[in-house]
Design a protein around this ligand. Structure first.
Ligand code: RRO
Length: 306
């Protein structure tokens, strides 16, 4: 078992917010989904205070090594989520982490307070990093803004607060350190990187939101560098994600300092990717522990250091 902010998780693989629709998957796969859930905890798609339609289509552009999305946070809003989504997500066989976003500190505070009162919710992830909002304002790009948000919401809940960081920041380590100092229990990264695709015919931006967030294997090396940088700056746990397709990708993020790893874009291709990555990771780690003693003794012979 893995301890993450006081939650006991069966393995270190979770989903990235918004990349696995557990309610639709339950409809498609039935109770088999619950008997064999692909993730050790479930992170739900971002909830805002008011309902949102999301961005105009097209919302996706596939590229050779990933995806650009401009989804724009469609959701039922807090009341709709509490009434319609929470009963279904609360019945999943793993802890539920609710991802929330607000356009002001007050809005985030109302969301955090609402979920503080719900036993179905194990932890709250603060999305300060969505690249697809009209204002273009991203609280998580600035350490001072991130700290001010944490100072406002920290007194409102005793549940673990995870801050989802943006890779579109000048100094992601500084934002992570500010979040920790202001009371965050964990940080997660990376959200998507701002990107754009042009319509081959017209040369105009393809996505309805003009720009979008890039994810998938294209961002893996960036994620690894940023997770390593953040893990070296904070003492709280780090949830690493970005382009994870196989056990070895998860292993890299753990070795860079992550405590948990999220699978995102790969779940669109393979809905069982979470379970597969967890299995591959387990195999890799047990093989390494079998061969480790020989590697250690070879290193000792080479260097003379014990
Ligand atoms: O809904 C989205 O467009 C979206 C969100 Br909230 C986010 O955090 N990251 C992303 O790539 N897309």
């Amino acid at each position: 078992m893995i301890d993450f902010c006081g939650l006991s998780l069966a393995h270190p693989i979770v989903n990235g917010s918004g990349t696995f629709d557990a309610i639709a998957a339950r409809r498609t796969f039935g109770d088999a989904l619950l008997a064999d859930f692909p993730f050790a905890a479930f992170v739900s798609k971002t909830v805002t205070l008011e309902p949102r339609q999301g961005n105009p289509p097209p919302r996706l552009w596939e590229q050779p090594a990933g995806l650009i999305n401009s989804i724009g946070l469609p959701n039922r809003g807090l009341d709709g989520y509490l009434e319609r989504d929470l009963p279904e997500l609360g019945a999943l066989p793993v802890p539920l982490i609710v991802n929330v976003m607000g356009f002001t500190r007050g809005e985030v505070g109302r969301l955090v307070a609402a979920f503080a009162a719900r036993d179905e919710v194990a932890a709250v992830e603060l999305n300060v990093s969505c690249p697809n909002v009209e204002s273009g304002l991203v609280m998580g790009a600035d350490p001072g803004e991130t700290a001010a948000l944490l100072e406002h919401v920290r007194p409102l809940t005793s549940k673990p607060l995870i801050v989802k960081l943006t890779p579109n920041a000048t100094d992601v380590g500084a934002v992570a350190a500010a979040a920790e100092a202001a009371g965050a229990d964990a940080v997660s990264l990376i959200n998507t990187l701002r990107g754009m695709a042009l319509s081959p015919g017209t040369g105009e931006p393809w996505l309805g939101g003009r720009t979008g967030g890039v994810s998938g294997p294209a961002v893996r090396a960036i994620a690894l560098a940023q997770v390593g940088e953040v893990a070296a700056r904070v003492t709280i746990p780090v949830v690493g994600m970005g382009g994870v397709e196989r056990g070895v990708d998860a292993d890299d993020l753990l070795r860079a300092g992550a405590t948990l790893v999220a699978v995102g874009t790969e779940s669109f291709r393979d809905p069982r990717a979470g379970e597969r990555v967890a299995d591959e990771l387990r195999d890799l780690q047990s093989k390494r522990s079998e061969i480790a003693p020989e590697i250690r003794s070879a290193d000792t012979q080479k260097t003379g250091i014990k």
